[in-house]
Design a protein around this ligand. Sequence first.
Ligand code: SF4
Length: 352
Amino acid sequence: MEFFDRDQIQQRLLDWYANHGRKHLPWKQPLTPYRVWVAEVMLQQTQVATVLPYYERFIQRFASVEDLAAAALDDVLQLWAGLGYYSRARNLHRTAQIIISDHGGQFPDELTLLRKLPGIGEYTAGAIVSFAFQRQASIVDGNVKRVISRLHALPDWPGQSQTHRLIWDIATHYTPKQQCHLYNQAIMDLGSLVCTPNQPDCSQCPWQIFCIAHQRQQTDCFPVKKPTVAKPTQERYFLLLKNPQQQILLEKRPPTGIWGGLWSLPECSLTQNISHWCKQYYGLSIHQQSPLPTFKHSFSHYHLMIHPIALDVSQTINVIRDGGQTCWYDQAQAITQGIPKPVKYLLEQYQS
Ligand code: SF4
């Protein structure tokens, strides 16, 4: 593969950025490693427009790495609820504690040290070094992958390890030593504002004269799509167990895995006899049960068909299963715990 003229690639992009780049994102003022880190973690798998209100709330509540490290994980997860990929929030919390305990409250400014911290991968480490410390480091996010795939008309899906590595190598080759932070922001902005997933505006692109996908009029063919594999579907009963005080039983999920550490509804497989199951696991006797409408929730790797069942129980006793945490959630109160979106939806629907 041949590279294009590096000086021209850099200069054209920096000139474009000076006139059209996004310079007013909230994590840029003031620009600190903590603020860059929180923003970049939120931006993993999430669009800027979605992140903005979450970021504002998060930074207001946890203004510094010290505040975040001292917070209860439940409070962090509560502010994260709705953003998805909750392992990001757990890693943020854990990393904040390591920064305090092992680094004296200061972010490391070396890629290798940063990458040892939970949840900081190649991209996030590069973003912290380049944006917060303004030192040379290349970065590749979804926008950069798309721009480079089109610029060089890369023939394979960027998720393939060889193509992934190639894109990093191309990005590194073009990233300048000087003004690296501006260049990195510029290429991400180019992908977000001009080289968009659908109908890129090539007439406004500073790299149009080089771009192979554009010359072939095949911008919609790049990046090459992932080979399709049908997602499997799982089916579960979600149990809305209501006591005479109109409270609903919630159960804290294990710290890792789907919805780790969040408060959810008890759930079981469709093969279970629900009355027996509730008796066996919670010691609760069911008086009445009525099915609610089934709906689908999709994760990155599978679909979940949720079959909600409303159940009346007479007991108000504390129930604990397998040493986990349970609580009776009061429907009259606003939802403040970290609760997954579909569970929050069910609680709201059920109490209305
Ligand atoms: Fe993207 Fe078009 Fe620019 Fe090529 S010319 S990088 S397809 S916007």
